[in-house]
Design a protein around this ligand. Structure first.
Ligand code: HEM
Length: 510
């Protein structure tokens, strides 16, 4: 959505004829009451104010303009919310009025957006899928039943980390590993097992490699700020080639998921009976048993929804664990405390399991603290006003993009003591949770469009982190100290660590 490089000048010259129209439109709007905001440039508006790190730059504007901000991003009216009070106002009073989504151009290839749940407008199709998710797909019962498959994926990752680190030591090297690579593969398989009862990411298999490369390509291209999102009339030109490239990856991904779907249909036809139903079984049943709006849950839409769960559940989860281990290594006291809790409650002779998680209050506090400092989607997923709306005394026109800066709220010194410090203790004996009812802490959003996979996401982060801490002592390579770990951020489809964590695992024994 945001863009800051030389192509901007292409757009300026291309769009000069629009200038007069734009100015006159602004004049017409100026009589209405809008929130305060920095003055914008003709045509491009406030694109430079937002830049490549929108969550950080928007937070800086707060001291001058307050927590409710009005921006013009190209042709798009934009409302920015940066305080827990205004977030509460949105979610408690205006959730319905702001329940549509903006559709990034990169997600429009092959009609992806038409089958998507995350990008669907607030309509019957979205309601049907969302209901299906909450009543059948993301039930605690189903999440619990799939725990053994997750345990296997994590076992495999731990074994690979041990093997690779050992192999490096045998070669006379330090034994260091780049954790992120292992996390990415594992989270793909966690989601694949939840939805399709199979591993997808075996890099030794050609198909696994192809899926991984296509996924990586899609994530990289769709995470780039796209000029077309601010100037929709440019979509025919696609000046940065983003839609072209995401389109190529999407074709591959949709074809592959569609292949999994056809295999499952064949299995069913051949009478193969599965003991437990997975996500795909439920979607396919829905597709052929005549419940609900069956036409809309076509084979294509089932394919898109399955793929969407990979988009929604992999980067967010692996990114959070990556930040988490980095924070723990930077804060050895917290790491030790967590290890002690695991040793006392679980011991070293057996592996921590998902049904142990509610006996581990410090682990739960650590996970919340990671999500507070490093929310995967710092601006949530932008929403769109369904209609003209009066909001906190301002008039917000239909189709305004609504951005909630959760990252800024999570670091607000009026809400959090020493907000930049990693202090899991702040969540011990606190009633604040991540389900969207506490407006100072919104890692999964809130209201109708909050994260549909929040329980699964929370579960995957907690159990993986617990296993990594229970299984290994972690040290840093020579020349790196806890204080010098590079914690800079990189904004793409989610907020990731710019420089991957490199660390040395030492197996912990009984
Ligand atoms: C640590 C893990 C995760 C984090 C931090 C996270 C965060 C979020 C956030 C902030 C939103 C937008 C909420 C809003 O706009 O108010 C969202 C939406 C969504 N998430 Fe997640 N998520 C995670 C895991 C997952 C998983 C595991 C899945 C599925 C397997 C998933 C699927 C989705 C979907 C489909 C939406 C769109 C919901 C809608 O528009 O109705 N997420 N997520």
């Amino acid at each position: 959505m945001f863009f800051f490089d030389s192509q901007i000048w292409f757009i300026i010259s291309f769009s000069l004829p629009l200038l007069m129209w734009f100015i006159s439109k602004n004049k017409n709007n100026s009589s209405k009451s809008r929130p305060p905001g920095p003055p914008g440039w003709p045509i491009i508006g406030n694109i430079f104010d937002v830049g490549m790190m929108p969550h950080q730059n928007l937070q800086k504007l707060q001291s001058k303009y307050g927590p409710v901000l009005w921006l013009k991003l190209g042709m798009s009216n934009t409302l920015v919310i940066q305080s827990s009070k205004s977030a509460e106002e949105i979610f408690k009073r205006h959730d319905l009025a702001f329940s549509d989504r903006n559709i990034p151009n990169s997600f429009t290839a092959f009609g992806y957006n038409k089958g998507s749940m995350a990008l669907a407008p607030y309509n019957d199709y979205w309601r049907m899928i969302r209901k299906l998710c909450s009543s059948e797909l993301f039930l605690h019962k189903r999440i619990n039943a799939s725990a053994p498959a997750r345990q296997n994926c994590i076992d495999l990752m731990i074994q690979r980390i041990k093997d690779d680190s050992l192999a490096s030591r045998v070669n006379g090297e330090s034994g260091e590993i780049e954790l992120d690579k292992y996390l990415c593969l594992m989270t793909f398989n966690l989601i694949a097992n939840f939805m399709l009862s199979r591993d997808i990411m075996d890099l030794k298999s050609e198909k696994g490699n192809e899926f991984y490369e296509a996924m990586k390509g899609f994530m990289e291209w769709s995470g780039k700020p796209n000029l077309v999102d601010s100037f929709p009339f440019l979509k025919w030109i696609d000046p940065q080639g983003i839609r072209g490239n995401t389109g190529k990856s999407l074709t591959k991904l949709l074809n592959m998921v569609s292949g999994f779907l056809r295999e499952r249909v064949q299995e069913k036809l051949s009478g193969k009976v599965k003991e437990t139903k997975d996500f795909l079984d439920v979607l396919l049943e829905r597709n052929d048993d005549g419940k609900g709006t069956v036409d809309e849950l076509s084979e294509k839409n089932v394919t898109i929804i399955v793929l969407e769960m990979f988009f929604g559940g992999t980067e967010t989860t692996s990114g959070t664990i990556h930040w988490g281990l980095s924070e723990l290594i930077r804060n050895p006291k917290s790491l030790k405390k967590l290890q002690n809790e695991l040793d006392q409650v679980i011991g070293r002779s057996r592996k921590v399991e998902e049904n142990d998680l509610n006996k581990l209050p410090y682990l739960q506090a650590v996970v919340k603290e990671i999500m507070r400092l490093h929310p995967s989607l710092p601006l949530l997923l932008p929403r769109k006003a369904v209609k003209d709306t009066e909001f906190m005394g301002y008039s917000i026109p239909k189709d305004t993009t609504v951005i909630l800066n959760a990252w800024a709220i999570h670091r607000d010194p009026n809400l959090w003591d020493e907000p930049l410090m990693f202090k899991p203790e702040r969540f011990i004996d606190s009633k604040i949770d991540s389900k969207g009812q506490n407006f100072e802490f919104l890692p999964f959003g809130s209201g109708r469009r909050s994260c549909v996979g929040m329980f699964l996401g929370d579960r995957m982060v907690s159990i993986t982190l617990a296993r990594l801490i229970q299984s290994f002592d972690w040290e840093l390579p020579r020349n790196v100290s806890p204080d010098s770990i590079d914690m800079r951020e990189q904004m793409g489809i989610s907020l990731r660590k710019l420089v991957p964590l490199i660390a040395i695992p030492f197996e912990r024994h009984d």
